[in-house]
Ligand binder design. Sequence first.
Ligand SMILES: [Zn+2]
Length: 174
Amino acid sequence: MLCHYSTEKLLGLKEVIVKNVRQLPQKPHLCPCCGHKTSNIHDYRWQTVKNIPAFGKHTVLIFRKRRYRCPSCGKRFFEENSFLPRYYRITNRFAAYIISKLTDVRSFTSVARESNLSVSTVIRIFDCIDYGKPRQLPAVVSIDEFKGNTGREKYQCILTDPLQPSAYRIFQPA
Ligand SMILES: [Zn+2]
């Protein structure tokens, strides 16, 4: 049970009483190896995950992650949950927060410093953005090249809709 002091530190609100704390529900998982459905918990591991800043301070979540054991093939695997993508050490909300920061004209280094992340992590989040295909091409297209830092080719090409500057695409040369 959280004491008042912890509540105040967690929420940044004095005189707030937390009435309920919910545990992540346990649900059956499919074995990634053989597809067998199981609810057998093998053990737990503590994991530290960076989360969206709260009240201007960097925050981390420390949670007990369940590890399941498949009764059919013996494979052990971690549970999936809605807030933490597989192989990531930051929450979905924090990744979305970083992407929103990248919509401003800022450097990766600046966003990384402000978010207490490494530059490579910020770039990896940026690379996960899926722009999809446009439904229709704009009436006017502006094309330019710039010296990039992707580590693959020296120059990248940028296509923009000059009538709508926020919509842009960056293409790697083949
Ligand atoms: Zn299995």
